[in-house]
Design a protein around this ligand. Structure first.
Ligand code: CTP
Ligand code: MG
Length: 225
C-alpha cells in the first residue's frame, strides 16, 4: 500500500524569531518546507505528501509552496494550534495510506537515506519506527526549585528525530487519545505498542533557534548542490 509523508509545517517559529512562519524561512533561496518535500519525495520511499500549513496558507496551490517537480504529489491542509493537532489534520488528509512518515519541515537538511531506513523497517513488519542518536550531554532531572533529583544513565538515553514511521491504522488509533506526548511515537507507546529505533542522522537536526539557522545555512552553502 501507499506510503504517505505528513509534514507538520504549521508552527509559528517563535523560538527562531523570524517574521515568517518557520517552514517558510529560506536556506539558500529555498524554503525549509520545499527542501523537506524534496528530500522526502526524492528519497523514493514516499509516494505522496500531505503538507500541514498554517491555516492562512492552506488554500495555496501546492505549486506555489513546493518545487514544480513535486507539486502533483503534494496536497496542502490546514494545521492546528499544537503540533499534535497538525499531525491529526495531516492524518485525516492521508486516508488510504498503509504507512505514514511524519516529518518536521524544520528538519530541512534530512538526508533522503533516513526516509528509506525508516520505511524499510516498516516494510519488514515493524509498526512504529523512530530515528535516534546517542545523547552527548549528561542529562539531569530537576525539581521545581532547580535542584537535581537524578542522573539517568546516559547509555540508555537517545535523542529522537523525525521521520517517525507508523502503520497508518496504529497512528490513527494512537491519536484518538489526546495526550501531552512530545512526539508521535509517545502516543503509540501509551497503547503498549513497541517502538523500534533506527540510527538517526546528525543532519536531521531540528532548526529551532537562531544558532541552528546559522548552522543550517552554513551547511547548505557548503554542500555540493
Ligand atoms: N508544527 C505544526 N503545527 C503546530 C506547531 C508546530 O505543524 N501547531 C510543526 C512546525 O512547523 C515544525 C514542527 O512542527 O515543522 C516542529 O515544531 P517546532 O520546531 O516546535 O516548530 P514551531 O512550533 O514553529 O517553533 P516554536 O515552538 O519555536 O514556535
Ligand atoms: Mg513548537
Amino acid at each position: 500500500g501507499p506510503v504517505v509523508g505528513i509534514i507538520p509545517a504549521a508552527g509559528r517559529g517563535v523560538r527562531l524569531g523570524e517574521s515568517l512562519p518557520k517552514a517558510f524561512v529560506e536556506l539558500g533561496g529555498r524554503t525549509m518546507l520545499d527542501l523537506a518535500v524534496e528530500s522526502m519525495l526524492g528519497s523514493g520511499a514516499v509516494d505522496r505528501v500531505v503538507v500541514v500549513a498554517p491555516p492562512e496558507l492552506a488554500a495555496t496551490p501546492p505549486a506555489e509552496l513546493v518545487s514544480e517537480k513535486y507539486a502533483d504529489r503534494v496536497v496542502v491542509t490546514a494545521g492546528g494550534a499544537e503540533r499534535a493537532d497538525s499531525v491529526r489534520a495531516g492524518l485525516r488528509a492521508a486516508s488510504g495510506a498503509q504507512f505514514v512518515l511524519v516529518h518536521d519541515a524544520a528538519r530541512a537538511l534530512t538526508p533522503p537515506e533516513l526516509f528509506t531506513r525508516v520505511a524499510d523497517e516498516l516494510r519488514a513488519g515493524r509498526r512504529a519506527v523512530i530515528p535516534v542518536l546517542p545523547v552527548t550531554d549528561t542529562i539531569k532531572s530537576v525539581d521545581s526549585g532547580g535542584v537535581v533529583t537524578g542522573t539517568p544513565d546516559r547509555a540508555t538515553l537517545r535523542a529522537v528525530q523525525t521521520p517517525q514511521g507508523f502503520d497508518a491504522d496504529l497512528l490513527d488509533r494512537a491519536n484518538r487519545d489526546t495526550g501531552d506526548a512530545t512526539d508521535d511515537a509517545g502516543l503509540v507507546e501509551r497503547l503498549g505498542e513497541s517502538v523500534q529505533t533506527v540510527a538517526g542522522d546528525p543532519l536531521a537536526f531540528k532548526i529551532t533557534t537562531p544558532l541552528d539557522l546559522v548552522l543550517a545555512r552554513a551547511l547548505f552553502a557548503a554542500a555540493d548542490r
